[in-house]
Design a protein around this ligand. Structure first.
Ligand code: SF4
Length: 446
């Protein structure tokens, strides 16, 4: 049965405590920093989408220059604190560390990054100053990682920025769409405030593009516009029974956990999660941690094609989640309007599709699972209607750019999930930097 408040307060605290705890002492950080070989042509830096100078910031920690270290990180990635908690480092910096080649533990780059950046946030070290005002003003749509990153670079260059955010808080998916044991809502709020601490950035909350504000008006009122509204609408399964009580969107489920608190969020006894991306893993593990007795992830391909990392999958397995590979939802059956059963098709792999991964093909065989909750995590779709309304070049709703940041409309730039359909936070931060660079060139400020 679906119900909230399944566990005690203490159990929620334990289940949602920090999955990657920080160093306990400064000495522990120093020991790890001193293991680094400070490689010339460092592969860790090359594999960071924002190009953080990893050996430099680790060297600064090793010489106890924590402020300098934080400056090095934030110069490349203003969300370096949050990224140290949510980046899939096993496929980025830490996965490229030369220690892997020696079959030794890589340098814990994320933990060291967290060490410096959290100290900077805690002490409110404002490490950047704004240039003289340029008299230019830019509107940014979306206070997620791409929007904040773009706004920060522009503000540093002396541009006045107004961010229009549809939610009541900033941070985007970092604030609303990631498991609470990775980043807490409080941390996200602190991080947004820290970024805004530079000044020159006003955020107007509860302002949605196409509803409360229009692109036409923004173009009139500002020298340039940066679109970073992300993707928002959960992809439908388009199967019978999708409207039954107990079928929920993963993003909404995670959003509710983060906004309403653990004890308020209803969860089933037996939960099926459709999908195998990071959002699916976050939904499955959190359903388990909210007190569901059985959680099963259902994925239409095999483990070799899964979009999540091995580390993410291990978290789900360690939390006791079951996994069914090569299965696709066919229908949800109910009783009295509530979910009772999920019927799935058994799949096999066929020829590779456009993504290069082998496509799932229906075998015609089916099986049923007794469940009382189905969480849909089959991806999110872009704001297709909205971008078409404004005649922005797009492919199925995803914005198509002329270069790294320029749309087909003069003075309108874009980046982040609205363009790529949904990648990592760190990719969005880099997109924001690219957007700011293009805007500064457009405004002839660089
Ligand atoms: Fe240090 Fe590893 Fe990067 Fe080399 S690859 S600089 S050892 S973190």
């Amino acid at each position: 049965m679906i119900q909230s408040n399944r566990l005690t307060k203490e159990q929620y605290t334990v289940n949602f405590s920090d999955i990657h705890p920080p160093f306990e002492t400064a000495d522990a950080a120093l020991v790890e920093a001193n293991r680094c070989l400070f490689c010339y042509d460092a592969p860790c830096t090359k594999s960071c989408p924002t190009g953080i100078d990893v050996p430099k910031f680790i060297k600064q920690i090793a010489t106890e220059n924590i402020k300098g270290s934080a400056h090095t990180i934030f110069s490349s990635n203003i969300m370096g604190a949050g990224c140290s908690k949510v980046c899939p480092v096993e496929k980025l910096c830490e996965g490229s560390c030369v220690f892997n080649l020696m079959e030794e533990e890589p340098i814990p780059i994320a933990k060291l990054q967290r060490y410096s950046t959290e100290k900077a946030m805690e002490k409110n070290w404002q490490l950047f100053r704004r240039n003289e005002p340029t008299g230019k003003k830019v509107a940014v749509v979306g206070a997620g990682p791409a929007g904040l990153s773009c706004a920060h670079v522009l503000s540093r260059a002396g541009v006045d920025v107004t961010i229009y955010e549809k939610e009541a808080k900033g941070g985007g998916l970092m604030t609303y769409g990631i498991a609470a044991y990775k980043v807490t809502p409080q941390f996200c709020e602190d991080e947004v405030n820290y970024i805004l601490g530079i000044g020159g950035i006003e955020v107007r909350y509860n302002q949605e593009l196409g509803k409360d504000i229009s692109l036409t008006q923004l173009k009139k009122d500002y020298d340039a516009v940066y679109l970073a509204m992300g993707v928002g609408i959960a992809r439908k399964l388009d199967i019978p029974g999708e409207k039954l009580e107990g079928v929920v969107d993963a993003i909404q489920f995670i959003y509710d956990i983060r906004s309403n608190g653990f004890s308020s969020v209803p969860v089933g006894d037996k939960v099926a999660v459709i999908g195998m991306g990071m959002t699916a893993i976050d939904a499955a593990t959190q359903a388990k941690r909210l007190g569901a007795s059985e959680v099963t992830l259902v994925y239409r391909r095999t483990e070799a094609e899964k979009p999540c990392t091995d580390v993410e999958l291990d978290i789900a397995k360690l939390d006791g989640c079951e996994i069914i590979w090569l299965a696709a939802p066919l229908k949800v059956k109910g009783s009295n309007g509530k979910v009772k059963q999920l019927v799935c098709s058994k799949m096999k792999l066929g020829e590779p599709d456009a993504s290069g991964r082998r496509s799932p093909v229906d075998t015609g065989e089916t099986f049923a699972m007794e469940v009382d909750m189905v969480i849909k995590a089959a991806g999110q779709v872009p704001y297709e209607k909205l971008v078409k309304k404004y005649k922005l070049d797009n492919k199925n709703g995803k914005l198509v750019l002329k270069d790294k940041a320029t749309t087909n409309i003069k003075g309108v730039f874009a980046g982040g999930d609205a363009v790529n359909g949904g990648k990592e936070v760190v990719d969005a931060v880099q997109a924001g930097k690219d957007g700011a660079k293009a805007i500064l060139e457009f405004l002839k400020l660089c």
